[in-house]
Design a protein around this ligand. Structure first.
Ligand code: CS2
Length: 498
């Protein structure tokens, strides 16, 4: 079978949307770090729509920082890939043309660093996942003992992290007198703009003697904007079946398609230090205040997702849609959202009830094969903003935290690496070894396991392990989950809210 490429575009089967703009005229003004599926189901699609509208100045050079898999898959395809939108019962394929080039840091370091420093680069966007920021989730500060940060500080001109690459580029631009770009975090971090700024500021401060530039930190703070964003589109990992389905629809093989849902949302703080694409013309919301959107999404969508991942994974549900078929678990998710909603100031013009209903419908989309194991990854990096932030709010207001504590307990139980049916649950987390080691060392005592896990200050801070109400709620929940199981816990009045 032929392979998707620029040349093959006109030979695709009917019914597949293809770029109607002249890709040869496309300029490249965005460098994107983290070329994974989420970037390609979200920002690259908005940018493709913009080009469909005639503005072809905003092509994207997408770089993966670790695995060469994506660049190897997309280079022979001239950067083209298929977006397969999966609704219950309906599917649509669209070929996306906005990636002008895809590279891998290990193989094309010189090119990537040159493009980061090039005057034509207006925006550097990021989807590097929570752990890519090398920060301490509880405090939001740079993790100065992170091995990748230490390696970058030892050789700051040849960095391996996104943080190191950005600061090296800022230094180079400053040296050559080149105007600043904008740094656009598109990850599910708390206050992602402020967080990436804080981490970059500290790294620049530590790196500036090495660069022989005592003014680097101040220069960054004065000239480079890091707008906050809220990004949303559920993007499950692609399977072999998806690739076969795409090949059937296109009539050619695509080695790196992306599968997603119809829903997409992007809210961007309108505070750029460079020129920017008119993403608002293609569905994005540019606003002065992104924080309310971010918190709403992190606590209602992502918080529910993590709950479904740990409780559902333990109960043996492999996908979110299957977990949502369990009436007790679905009911719990609704109550968890109610609890989280009390900690939020909803963004102007957003109706809580409608938002909640749309989330539940999205979770129930049975056409998406969204694995609970995918969401369960990196719990140490995700729980602070999704579950522990609402816990702190509720504790401060004297409200109970039973349901959120049940999610924490499910995570602790999940760290044992076995579902209730004995299936292996992979623990994929940068702190995984330390966490599973601590759980194993604590032995069977519930109090011991809770103490061991809550002792991870990078996750729980110094406050939560000392909060008796929180600790007792987690202990109670872990006790039930360990002795009676998830199903029994979910039918208890404390968690059902009756
Ligand atoms: C999920 C998110 O994997 C996860 O942790 O909660 O990737 C989620 O699907 C997206 O944020 C939806 O926009």
């Amino acid at each position: 079978m032929d392979r998707l490429s620029q040349r093959m575009l006109t030979a695709l089967k009917p019914g597949v949307a293809i770029p109607s703009y002249d890709r040869a005229r496309m300029e490249t003004r965005i460098v994107h770090l983290g070329a994974g599926a989420f970037h390609r189901s979200h920002q690259a699609v908005y940018t493709d729509s913009l080009m469909e509208g005639g503005d072809v100045r905003w092509g994207i050079l997408a770089a993966s920082l670790r695995s060469p898999a994506i660049s190897q898959a997309l280079a022979p395809q001239d950067g083209l890939y298929t977006l397969l939108i999966n609704d219950d019962g309906e599917r649509q394929a669209r070929v996306i043309g906005s990636l002008s080039r895809v590279v891998c840091l290990a193989q094309e370091r010189e090119l990537l660093q040159a493009r980061l420093a090039a005057p034509s680069t207006e925006i550097v966007s990021l989807t590097i996942t929570e752990k890519g920021y090398c920060y301490e989730p509880a405090s939001g500060a740079l993790d100065e003992r992170h091995p990748d940060i230490l390696a970058d500080l030892a050789a700051p001109q040849r960095p391996g992290t996104a943080i190191g690459l950005l600061v090296a580029a800022i230094h180079e631009r400053k040296r050559l007198g080149i105007k600043p770009f904008t740094i656009l975090s598109c990850d599910n971090l708390p206050a992602n703009g402020a967080t990436v700024r804080r981490v970059l500021e500290r790294y620049a401060e530590l790196a500036q003697p090495r660069f022989g530039d005592g003014d680097l930190r101040r220069h960054f703070l004065e000239h480079y904007a890091c707008p906050g964003t809220m990004v949303d589109r559920i993007t499950p990992a692609v399977t072999e079946l998806d690739r076969q389905e795409v090949a059937r629809r296109l009539g050619v093989f695509d080695a790196a398609p992306v599968v997603t849902e119809p829903f997409s949302q992007w809210v961007i703080e309108d505070a750029f230090s460079s020129d920017r694409p008119a993403w608002e013309d293609v569905g994005a919301t540019l606003t002065d205040d992104v924080a309310a959107f971010e918190e709403m999404k992190l606590r209602l969508l992502n918080g529910s997702h993590s709950a479904l991942a740990y409780l559902g994974g333990l109960a043996g549900y492999e996908t979110v849609a299957r977990a949502m078929c369990d009436a007790h678990l679905a009911g719990f998710i609704e109550r968890l959202m109610d609890d989280a909603a009390l900690t939020l100031t909803m963004p102007a013009g957003v109706d809580l009830e409608a938002y909640r209903r749309s989330l539940l419908a999205r979770f129930r989309n049975g056409a998406l094969n969204h694995l609970t194991a995918q969401i369960a990854m990196d719990g140490s990096q995700k729980l602070p903003q999704r579950i522990l932030a609402p816990v702190r709010h509720r504790l401060a207001r004297g409200l109970d935290v039973e349901r959120h504590a049940l999610v924490v307990a499910a995570w602790i139980r999940y760290l044992q690496g076995r579902s209730e049916h004995g299936a292996t649950l992979a623990i994929n987390d940068p702190m995984g070894d330390a966490l599973t080691g601590a759980v194993a060392a604590a032995g069977p005592s519930v109090e011991g396991r809770v103490e061991a896990v809550l002792g991870f200050g990078q996750v729980f801070g110094q406050d939560l392990p000392r909060d008796a109400a929180f600790v007792r709620s987690v202990e109670r929940a872990l006790h039930v989950v360990s002795s009676k199981g998830v199903g029994a816990a979910l039918s208890m009045p404390a968690y059902r809210g009756i």
